[in-house]
Design a protein around this ligand. Sequence first.
Ligand code: URA
Length: 437
Amino acid sequence: MRMYDIIKKKRDGEELNTAEIDFFIKGYTDGSIPDYQASALIMAIFFSGMTARETTDLTLAMARSGEMMDLSLIDGETVDKHSTGGVGDKTTLIVAPIVAALGCKVAKMSGRGLGHTGGTVDKLESIPGFKVELSPERFLKQVNEIGICVIGQSGNLTPADKKLYALRDVTACIESIPLIASSVMSKKLAGGSQHIVLDVKCGSGAFIKDLEDAKELAVAMVKIGDMAGRKTNAVITNMDIPLGYYIGNTLEVIEAIEILKGEGCKDLKELCFVLASLMYSSCKGIDLNSARKEVEEVVLTGKALLKFKEMVKAQGGDVSVIDDVSKFEESLHRYEIKAPRDGYISRMNAEQIGIASVVLGAGREKKDDPIDYKAGIVLVKKTGDYVNKGEPIAILFTDLKDKIAEAEKLYINALKFSASKPKKQSLIYKIVRSISE
Ligand code: URA
């Protein structure tokens, strides 16, 4: 078999067979297929697409390219959740303790932020002392003891995805449905949980901008999960507006704590309740309405917050910052952005706002860039709000004084204003259920 022929076949719009896909993934993982041939193939996939069968084969080959987690030692139903990436998305910090407090087992591996999107591992590391690197034994023990553990991805999990994702990132091939579906689902299958809930983000701050594409992606991922024997559900959600009011690692932990205390932003809370209800109903085999009642109850009674504290303590974090968030370290500079004119905010480009937070130090442009956990943005006004010229619309936090002007410009340019009130946008577009529901 020759890589040349595989590239040519896909370039000409033909369907690759299972052996050809396996050959590519094995060869690219072990280094016998060079980056330039892999780039040519992914660009051909970008333009020619893949059938459902090819996408499933690609996912399975990627999942098997490294270690597959064995969660059989965990007593109870295991559940995982994944977001395709957005701005201000701190939902894992909230839904994981909610469902763990309800008895589901959350054995979760999460990623770091890259580009304009954040990552759960960075957010958790902003809690002083919190460890995201644990041995597999300790990981399983913690899940069995307290029902929840969130760590960084192990070096051996889906090496094919790590290499391919990095290549896609520098060759403008991220926004492809078969490539996103196989990337996400290979990690979820290798992660080992029996139940999977996917949050497919759609809009200006997401990799997928168009609702029809988001539906196609959600259906593709649910099918892959179900075919692999994992009960998989997906929610397609709005990423035209950043989620919640806080962007940046420490800031997002603070907002997650607010929600776990039963306070905070209504939209963020609603999305978390929907995701947690899907996770819980899948694990327990109960309907969504009954699941939702218990989800709300576990937040109201403070049990979800307690579970979050248990996890932080078990992973070496300083629990006192949860009781008193003013103990988190603060940025050297705090700068208010003022409205440039009167009117309604009619649109926010969430990607540009995410980039503004990266400029302030909250994210990384390249994989190994350091990040400043304290840096970020607090939104004061969002899409649909009326503002008067000169009133504060956002607050920037950073140690990098000379970056404030650039971030402010990006932020202002990310907004559109109108004289009339814009139509309210939906937060949840659609739920795609597992075929077993
Ligand atoms: N998230 C992933 O894990 N992979 C993608 O390709 C896009 C988003």
